[in-house]
Design a protein around this ligand. Structure first.
Ligand code: NDP
Length: 233
């Protein structure tokens, strides 16, 4: 099992802005061919226009099975396996603050994108993950029982990220024997559209995510970290 080499394909979801775009930029700078997944391909193309490197924009709505399947078929046709998958796409609405006051349509969307989206994408691309591949689940301290005691984030978002964390553990167990490392990371509070002004610079959040890409071949799997340090589940 070896770490992903520079020539290996990376797929990043929700990558037309924010942290996902920052991750694409950095991986492309390193020489990886990168798929910039965007649910609106035009937005993706506008974002990719500012990046040097081997970046291909693919329309990818992680809440739609056929969209994820289309991406998997494209990867199968054009590449010999996948070295890096960054499940980054997410939604966060702050329209209601209590679970008892929930609009369950919003909760459904959060689960469909933030949790099932990462699951759907990893399953669809699963047989193409080569030995030594890295799967990164971009999670949040908002979903941590240990860190926030349930006080972090709005209910739909927090529940979706807590479930993503358990999914990380389950997938890491399944894929361990194939030498694939699956880890959850929190980027910290970052100044993006989602994080808002006041968060830390984008590059610091990107570093926190790339930590799980840059692990050595015998590195940990099934962990939850921020800036390379463990976050309680
Ligand atoms: P942004 O809101 O800036 O970007 C979210 C991205 O996800 C956009 O590209 C958006 O596309 C995309 N997206 C939304 N729904 C879908 C979908 N159904 N299919 C595909 N893509 C979709 O968020 P950030 O960059 O701040 O967040 C990135 C990750 O980091 C998320 O997982 C978030 O939960 C996590 N995080 C962020 C924190 C922060 O402070 N910023 C803190 C902790 C975690 P579109 O432009 O079309 O809407």
């Amino acid at each position: 099992m070896t770490a992903p080499t520079q020539r290996e394909l990376a797929v990043v979801t929700g990558a037309n802005r924010g942290l996902g775009l920052g991750v694409v930029r950095r991986l492309a700078e390193r020489g990886h061919p990168v798929v910039l997944g965007a649910r609106d391909a035009e937005k993706g193309a506008r974002a990719a226009a500012h990046i040097d490197g081997d970046v291909v924009v693919r329309e990818l709505d992680v809440s739609r099975q056929e969209s994820v399947d289309d991406l998997a078929a494209w990867v199968r046709e054009h590449h010999d396996g996948l070295g890096i998958l960054v499940n980054n796409a997410a939604v966060h609405y702050d329209t209601w603050q209590t679970a008892i006051g929930a609009d369950l349509a919003v909760a459904e969307e959060a689960l469909s994108v933030n949790t099932l989206g990462a699951w759907r994408t990893t399953v669809a691309l699963g047989d193409q993950l080569r030995s030594g591949a890295r799967v990164v689940m971009v999670s949040s301290g908002s979903g941590s029982f240990g860190e926030t005691g349930g006080a972090g984030g709005t209910p739909a978002y927090a529940v979706s990220k807590a479930a993503l964390d358990m999914l990380t553990v389950k997938l890491s167990t399944d894929l361990r024997r194939r030498g694939v490392l699956v880890n959850a990371v929190c980027p910290g509070w970052v100044a993006t559209d989602m994080g808002g002004a006041g968060g830390r610079p984008l590059d610091e959040g990107v570093d926190s995510i790339l930590w799980a890409v840059d692990l050595p071949p015998d590195g940990p799997t099934g962990t939850f970290t921020r800036d390379g340090r463990e976050v309680p589940w």
